[in-house]
Design a protein around this ligand. Sequence first.
Ligand code: SF4
Ligand code: SF4
Length: 414
Amino acid sequence: MKTNIDPNFLSASDRDRADAILRSCVHCGFCTDGCPTYQLLGDENDSPRGRIYLIKEMFETGQVDAAQVTHLDRCLSCRNCETHCPSGVAYTDLLDIARGAIEQQQARAFTSRVGRWLLRRGLAMRGLLILAFGVARQLGRLPGLAKVLPVRLAPHRSSRAPKATQPATQQVVLLDGCVQKAATPGVNAAITQLLALSGVGVVRVPQESCCGALNYHLGDHAAGLADMRRLLQTLRDAAPQGAAIVSSASGCGVTLKDYPSHFPEGDPDHALAQAISARIVDVVELFRDHTIDAAPARVAVHTPCTLANGQQLVTNVAEVLTRAGLEVLATGPQLACCGSAGTYSVLQPKLAAALQDRMVTALTANGPEVIVTANIGCQMHLGAGTQLPVLHWAELLWQQHQALPAAPEAKAGD
Ligand code: SF4
Ligand code: SF4
């Protein structure tokens, strides 16, 4: 694709990157069929190819118009188009550059800008989140109120100690995240117990801050990069040397693994970003070599875009649960994304609800007792669309492990 980007519209580095990405697209359209918004709306402007044209037009004219903003805002950043593209077009990078330009040009209405600012600031306040989710959890226990709350939260159960642990021979850093720590604190408690069964000890990082995904993907690149640098430096100073750094929310994990792309050669944090991101693993990667026994249950597995497309961990959760003895059910035909997509369910509620409905229908096609996922946003969004419990897969695994009958006590002299 030939390009002629307005030299005044983007920074030199963004211009070079956007130019290279735009030139790599050959307009073949192989990406369109896998795009959830194109499948729902049937408009070329809501497909990846259409959005690439809109971005090119924006960069070449140096003008942002309302239609461009509308169609780009409808994109979920699910990356399914990237998995279908034979030319390796880095669509998400291009979209992020465009979102940064829209933010810089202040192209949205004033009320929309204020709403997005409040969302960014509110979700970054951990203390406030913990308080708000704590209140919501208590209200959810009240008969009648659970049905009208916008999200359904699993009660935080305090776990029993593991039945049999091995002495810790390995140590990992377990990240708390922002929303997950507030909304579902039981997830990391369950993971800690499960890892103890396999002789893996867990350490936490004091003063852990946001990974930067929230600000960056909402177009505030300066704030997003500042968040990323802060977390990089905290991990450099506080994480034990060489220990794997484990994320249990795939939306955060994909951002952390992607840090080197934000700190190119010449940046003072380039080497640090490479060193830290090389140590990031999703928690499911730790269970590749560990089998946990569990009582049976019929499970539907939802694989978030950030795990499947972002980290190429497509079948891992199903494999871990199947090895543990759970019955992982086939699901019905589904679109690539559940509609949660970070703040998408707040900013695009109608589309998010349509995607949620399609995903819940697919996941419940064969009558599961429980749905599991691997990202807090998906867990809350899916949970609001079904009466079935929706858990992080590790919570279910720990719950079913605890449900196993106790082994008979060995008698003296045996
Ligand atoms: S599949 Fe790739 S090359 Fe083809 S139109 Fe889509 S982004 Fe462009
Ligand atoms: S990231 Fe997802 S929603 Fe956006 S264009 Fe690609 S496939 Fe469509």
